[in-house]
Design a protein around this ligand. Structure first.
Ligand code: S3P
Length: 449
């Protein structure tokens, strides 16, 4: 590993944003497409895969466990799977970089294979709690040697046969749900996950698409997901829709820069992911859904966005799982809205790539926003459309969404905001800066490497 000095990022809008852009593939769906293709029998193809560092970490791990994964010059990915039960012992530790999704889902896959694997990650990932997946996977018989606090580096000793379990999620987490379902793929019998609060359902949709026997029932207001193990997955051709979590950044940028009108194409709008767009509409955002269609089994639209006068909001905490990654950029929109926003029920944000409540509160205050931090969220008194002060540096703490949120906040600040390190953006949205430039934004820092 090389330790290059951090490259800052300062974006400036000298006029309205305009143009059409297309967001890269959905990160959650990209991870799952590689993992399931790698345990299918035969050759799968994936179009529109997000080629961000997190997804490349998943690809590398699946290769280390026996799958062949190749990208052709047109960006089509071809995966030759080893079959459920066929994962091989990796020869070295699996480096998960910054990616919590790779780590937690792969811990699930490994748990029911005859594989012992060590997971390592960067400083951010090494602080994140893994107990939430260790608990159910231990009940299935896998053994874990984590670092203190249930963190990475961590060793998993998988077990065959694993014990199918019934598990009620204690936190609303698609990663935990998916880890248990993936472990259930190779456990004899039925593994059941009960979700008191629905979370993103990409794993369920894709497992079904690969031919797994998977049932979803609504019982007493809870979602009950049952998967039959020792499955044989049939190879698929997957088209990955654009990532709504990435689209959020150009969308909010256009809303807050006066006079802007842009179209963001190819935005996945799975109902378990689209919460931000409902909230922005309720705030008065002018967002029109054009060309609605289905891509890869998921609803997709092109979003036409015009600059808008936004009102503060108090979203129902029930909407949180459908926009859990979008709160940092929503906080920016609230900081510029008319009136007060009260954003609660966000305790999960404290265990993302950074503590997104404290980090956003500190950064927003530093650039002139009025923000009060509470235990489970933020109370924000907006400027009513006036620009923020800006003119200072903010710390990103190895968190891509913090970096992009402040890069967008800079566009509505009197002086540019210096995001201290642009490198984390490559984990989920490698073309973020050129895409923003194509909308008329100027980047004040040359990248030399
Ligand atoms: C993800 C689930 C969410 C989300 C993460 C991706 C997934 O995490 O924050 O970026 O792909 O399953 P949690 O399950 O921890 O809420």
């Amino acid at each position: 590993m090389t330790y290059a000095p951090a490259t800052p990022l300062r974006l400036v809008a000298s006029g309205p944003l305009s143009g059409r852009v297309r967001v890269p593939g959905d990160k959650s769906i990209s991870h799952r497409s590689l993992m399931l293709s790698a345990v299918a029998v035969g050759t799968s193809r994936v179009e529109g895969l997000l080629e961000g560092e997190d997804v490349l970490a998943t690809a590398q791990a699946m290769r280390a466990m026996g799958a062949s994964i190749v990208r052709d010059d047109d960006g089509l990915w071809t995966i030759d799977g080893v079959g459920v039960g066929g994962l091989l012992q990796p020869e070295t530790a699996l480096d998960m970089g910054n990616s919590g999704t790779s780590t937690r889902l792969l811990m699930g896959l490994v748990a029911s294979h005859a594989v012992t694997a060590t997971f390592t990650g960067d400083a951010s990932l090494s602080k994140r709690p893994m107990g939430r997946v260790i608990d159910p996977l231990s009940k299935m018989g896998a053994e874990f040697t984590p670092s203190p606090g249930g963190r990475l580096p961590l060793m998993v000793r998988g077990i065959v046969p694993a014990v199918p379990i019934e598990y009620r999620l204690p936190v609303a987490s698609a990663q935990v749900k998916s880890a248990v379902l993936l472990a259930g793929l190779n456990a004899p019998g039925i593994t059941r996950v009960i979700e008191p609060v629905p979370t993103r359902d990409h794993s369920e949709r894709m497992l079904r698409g690969f031919g797994a026997e998977l049932m979803v029932e609504e019982i007493g207001g809870e979602r009950v997901i049952s998967i039959t193990g020792e499955a044989e997955l049939k190879p698929q051709h997957i088209v990955v829709p654009g990532d709504p979590s990435s689209a959020a950044f150009p969308v909010v940028a256009a809303l807050i820069v006066p006079g802007s009108e842009i179209v963001v194409e190819n935005v996945g709008l799975n109902p378990t992911r689209g919460g931000l767009y409902q909230v922005l509409l309720a705030m008065g955002g002018d967002i029109v859904f054009e060309n609605e269609r289905i891509v890869g089994g998921e609803p997709v639209a092109d979003l036409r966005v015009r600059a808008s006068s936004l009102d503060g909001i108090e979203p129902d905490p029930a909407i949180v799982p459908s926009m859990v990654d979008e709160f940092p950029i929503l906080f920016v929109a609230c900081a510029l809205a008319h009136g007060r926003s009260v954003l609660r029920g966000l305790e999960e944000l404290r265990v993302k790539e950074s503590d997104r409540i404290t980090v956003m509160a500190d950064g927003l205050r530093a650039i002139g926003a009025r923000v009060e931090e509470i235990e489970d969220g933020l109370i924000i008194d907006g400027t009513g459309g006036e620009k923020l002060t800006g003119g200072t540096a903010v710390a990103t703490h190895l968190d891509h969404r913090i970096a992009m949120s402040f890069a967008v906040a800079s566009l509505a600040s009197r002086e540019p905001v210096a995001v201290d390190d642009r490198a984390p953006i490559a984990t989920s949205f490698p073309i973020f800066v050129p895409m923003m430039e194509s909308l008329g934004v100027e980047s004040r820092d040359a990248v030399t490497a």
